[in-house]
Design a protein around this ligand. Sequence first.
Ligand SMILES: [Zn+2]
Length: 494
Amino acid sequence: MSYLALARKYRPRRFGEVTTQEHVSETLRRAVVGGRVGHAYLFCGPRGVGKTTLARVLAMALNCPRRSDDGEPCGECDDCTPVWAGRTSLDVVEIDAASNRGVDDARELRERAMYAPSDEGRHKVYILDEAHMLTREAWNALLKILEEPPPRVIFVFATTEARKIQQSASPILSRCQRFDFRRIGTSDIVARLATVLGSEGISSEPAALLAIARKANGGMRDGLSLLDQVLALCSGVVTADAALRVLGVVADERYVELLEIIGDREHGRVFDFVERLTDEGHDLVEFYHGLTRRLRLLLRISLGPDNVPEGISEEAREPMARLAGEFSPGDLVRMLAMCSEIESQGSLMRTGRPRLLIEMLLLRMSYLDRTVGLEELLKALGGAHDPGESALGRPPAAEPKPGGAKAGAIAGPGRGSVRRTGGGPARRDRIRGGGGRGPAEAPGEADPGGATGARIGAAAAAESERQRRLREAIEAEPRLESAVAELDLEVVGR
Ligand SMILES: [Zn+2]
């Protein structure tokens, strides 16, 4: 006996069985009950989320002699079965527009549609898959039908690219009821996979289903097809190990390992890490998507530690929570920005050799430590203002925490603020003392008393004190020097 793919075997037969698209299935079911089914529907949405399935359920519901009072087809009678299986029957015609897109097909369709359904009380349903592939001529022919639709003839256009239809056949759109299908959530896919496996009498590890659902990326059909693949490798139990192997998914532990490398700034280990990934046959683009997901997760956790979202295995929870404490939200945002940069440039998808891109990305992350220096710099300079709170109480960055205590390069509401200046030599000389003295109180302004002299003296003392602290800070942490030079900083007192 040939093996029936799970996606086909478990294709829903009733409106109520379609996951996630209740906003469509409920509306259609009520339309069937109330006898208010439209002449043309446009189903838009990503692939594998139930567009064709719902079109077939609608067709079944319209012609099923055993339809229930609440509009559900039986799904099993001689009328329902061929429609459910996608076989052409007298009254339900399924056309793949990708392979039948010429004007001749449209003309034929038009002639055929002029015939009423085979029996009184029955409906003729045309399901056009990949409708965006139809030519303009085909749409024109269809438009003629839709302008004066024959009674009980219904068109369902399904497409993944509604915008193309908008461009080539906008008059059609105004004659269709449009439904936008949603991507199916990971937990819904997991639940469905578990149900299917339950019916098949196969047990599974939760991490396996999670990995499959994640890889399915919102498509139920893809999820079930992937499950088929994994099942081919398993006997009796779907294990996480088998799933990860079949799917080529990088395990959570590897991401933890990588984030530790980045956090510890072990730049050299980045190359080994990537090499091992490729040796193990992992797809680097896939890995990149996983990394983006983990960083986003870390950011979410670090912003709200109680809020560990779904989509992470039990084993990875603890290390992820720990890592979230080691990276500051500012750095995570910058790492995510680095990731999205290479995606928005499209370079990752275009290149045939993503390895170098990935290595550079990871290295940029591991070198992402200038913010430590900047923060220490701020502390060091601010310290001159109020020695009691001096950050130099402990030498700056003398105990560099791995990835910890980094902050974004944004001056906080502290005593000093940092701003970029116009460049030029000897910038560090321009780092001025604050001490509550703004530029308006520069020497030489009207101040008849002897206070000016004293103030000049105090300002000069504060300035040299600040220079001294800065020198100390740079001695203790040489990275500060390049931070000051590169960022071209001027520190201004309050
Ligand atoms: Zn039936």
